[in-house]
Each structure stands twice: as structure tokens, then as C-alpha cells.
Design a protein around this ligand. Structure first.
Ligand code: FAD
Length: 288
């Protein structure tokens, strides 16, 4: 289908973008890579009268080290994440996750900020961001606020973003050296969203799990954190039985919908299996 007519705006500054957003209220939509928004417009699930393109705002680009954090501009594409030397060396979980998103065409246009702001439970960055303990910088006419990724996702296509706000930057605490990581994603074919996926960061002290974060993709109305599973692992020697218990506890918080990817039972079981695989790989990559 063809989208409804709309007016296109290409602001050159963030303040101009905020002013346009306020001027057009509910009838305006921000445009990032367009790989979620434009399909929705073609299906007429979204019918904005004004599209505000963020593509010409240099402030929203780039990946930098700031103190003990990594700051990533919201308009950074998946491809830029994959090729970032800083992320490859200091935060490879993002690289591993971005490489598993769709296909090159989507990765060249799709942005980190768009993937997060869209609030789609099938998107991969929400779980990656929760596992990395990221926070999001939201800018409006009233100023800036910073909210943690854990708690930002409220429901399917619903986030803490308020009308008039733009997600400008994603901040990630620099993972301590030796942190193990893994994004285990089951998908039916290249280009498909996850049947189930698990993002894990893990620190070990000898043979024991010192700390761990686990987040799941596409097995609930939002990305979810498996806190009981994390708790079952902390301070315990890493072995098959503790991993099986963590996988069981992660499955207990799943609430997937039945779709072409499988029924509720299958997708829940696959979430458990992705947790088991991600924990095993993350532990093997961690150094004590
Ligand atoms: P857009 O589509 O431009 O915007 C999405 C929404 O976010 C819009 O409502 C927009 O207004 C809002 N928005 C965008 N940027 C901001 C901002 N800075 N501040 C506030 N609001 C903002 N994604 C995955 O994670 N995993 C997959 O496996 C996957 N598979 C895909 C397969 C196909 C065939 C396609 C077409 C897409 C797939 N996607 C997948 C989605 C893709 O990653 C999108 O690019 C992403 O969801 C949205 O990013 P975008 O930059 O394209 O945003």
C-alpha cells in the first residue's frame, strides 16, 4: 500500500527538531532509518501528517568513550556499530547482537535509537541494552533526562518516551575487562525476528559466578530481565545444574504470543535453551 500524504521536514539542529515536534504534536513522527516506521506507514498502521527526519543532525551520530562510559548517538546505524573498533574491543556484545539483526540492507539504514524507541518486543537492542545496564538520554523542550534501559520498555510499542521527546544518546557503562558476554538468538531464517533470544553479561571469580545480567527478546510484550535466574547464579560455582535452574527460572517469566515462529510452549522452551547457551558461552569468554 501507499502511505497517506505527509509533509517532510529535515531539521539541521536538535532544537529545530524539538520545535517541529512540539509544533505538530500528535500528527508528527520522527524518522530515523525508516525500517520500522515506513512499513507501518505503508500498512497505514501509522499515518503521520509530518515526518521529522533526524538524518541531518550531526549531534546524533558517533560512538565515543566518555569517562567510564561509552556514548552512542541515537542515529548510529547497525553497520556502524558492527565496524566500531571501540565496541569490538570494549563492548563486543553490541557487535555480536547487531550482526544478527536482519540483513545488510536493514543494517545499513536501521539505527540503534530507532530500534530502541520503536518498542517492538522482537527488536534485539532492548535486551542487549538491559544486559549492558545502559541508560537513555531523552531530550525535550524542558531539558534532558536520563532513564535506565531496565524499566524503559513498558509494553508492546510503548516506552517511557513522552510526546515531544527525542532519544539522543545511549550510554553504556564500560564493561570491566574480563566480562564474558553472549547474544544467543534463534531465528527461522536470515531476516527474521527472534523466535527467542537471550543476552548475557557475566563476570566470574575463579569457577564462581561473580555477577550476571540476563535479558530476553521476543518472549513477552517487551524485552524482559530474568532477575530470579540471575540471583540463582550469583555466588555459585558454574555447573550444569545451576545453569539448568537459571534456564528454568528464565522460562518462568516468559509470556510469549503464539505466532508463525511457534506456540507458547515451544517459544518458552527456546527461551530457556537460549539462556543455557548464552550463559555457557559467556562463562567461557569471561576471565577470572
Ligand atoms: P524508524 O523506523 O525510522 O523509527 C522507528 C520508530 O522509532 C518510529 O516510531 C520513530 O518515530 C521512532 N524513533 C526513531 N528514532 C527515534 C529517536 N531518536 N527518538 C525518539 N523516537 C525515535 N530489528 C531487530 O532488532 N531485529 C531483527 O531481527 C529485525 N529484523 C528486521 C527485518 C526486516 C525485514 C525489517 C524491515 C526490519 C527488521 N528489524 C529488526 C527492525 C529494524 O532494526 C529497524 O531498523 C528498527 O526497528 C527501527 O530503527 P529505524 O532506525 O529504522 O527507525
Amino acid at each position: 500500500m501507499i502511505p497517506r500524504p505527509f509533509e517532510y521536514h529535515a531539521p539541521r539542529t536538535l532544537s529545530e527538531a524539538i520545535a517541529l515536534l512540539n509544533a505538530h504534536g500528535d500528527t508528527a513522527k520522527l524518522l530515523a532509518g525508516g525500517h520500522s516506521l515506513l512499513p507501518m506507514m505503508k500498512l497505514r498502521f501509522a499515518e503521520p501528517g509530518h515526518l521529522i527526519d533526524l538524518g541531518k543532525l550531526p549531534d546524533l551520530q558517533g560512538i565515543r568513550e566518555v569517562g567510564n562510559e561509552i556514548g552512542i548517538g541515537a542515529m548510529t546505524t547497525e553497520n556502524a556499530l558492527i565496524w566500531s573498533e571501540l565496541l569490538q574491543s570494549r563492548c563486543p556484545l553490541i557487535v555480536e547482537g547487531a550482526r544478527q539483526i536482519s540483513d545488510p540492507q536493514v543494517r545499513y539504514r536501521g539505527t540503534l535509537g530507532g530500534d530502541i524507541a520503536h518498542g517492538d518486543p522482537g527488536n534485539d537492542h532492548p535486551a542487549l541494552m538491559i544486559a549492558l545496564d545502559a541508560s537513555f538520554v531523552l531530550l525535550s523542550e524542558q531539558g534532558e533526562r536520563v532513564v535506565p534501559a531496565d524499566g524503559f520498555f513498558l509494553g508492546t510499542y510503548m516506552t517511557q518516551l513522552e510526546p515531544g521527546e527525542i532519544l539522543t544518546e545511549i550510554r553504556i557503562p564500560m564493561p570491566p575487562s574480563g566480562t564474558g558476554y553472549c547474544y544467543a538468538k534463534l531465528k527461522r531464517k536470515t531476516g527474521d525476528f527472534a523466535t527467542a533470544a537471550a543476552a548475557v553479561t557475566l563476570r566470574r571469580a575463579g569457577d564462581t559466578v561473580d555477577d550476571v545480567r540476563i535479558a530476553l527478546t521476543n518472549v513477552a510484550p517487551t524485552a524482559i530481565r530474568a532477575t530470579d535466574a540471575e540471583q540463582a547464579l550469583r555466588g555459585k560455582p558454574f555447573d550444569e545444574s545451576v545453569v539448568a535452574e537459571a534456564a528454568r527460572l528464565a522460562m518462568a517469566v516468559c509470556d510469549p504470543v503464539e505466532d508463525l515462529r511457534g506456540d507458547v510452549e515451544y517459544r518458552t522452551a527456546m527461551a530457556g535453551e537460549m539462556v543455557r547457551r548464552a550463559l555457557t558461552v559467556a562463562y567461557s569468554r569471561a576471565t577470572a
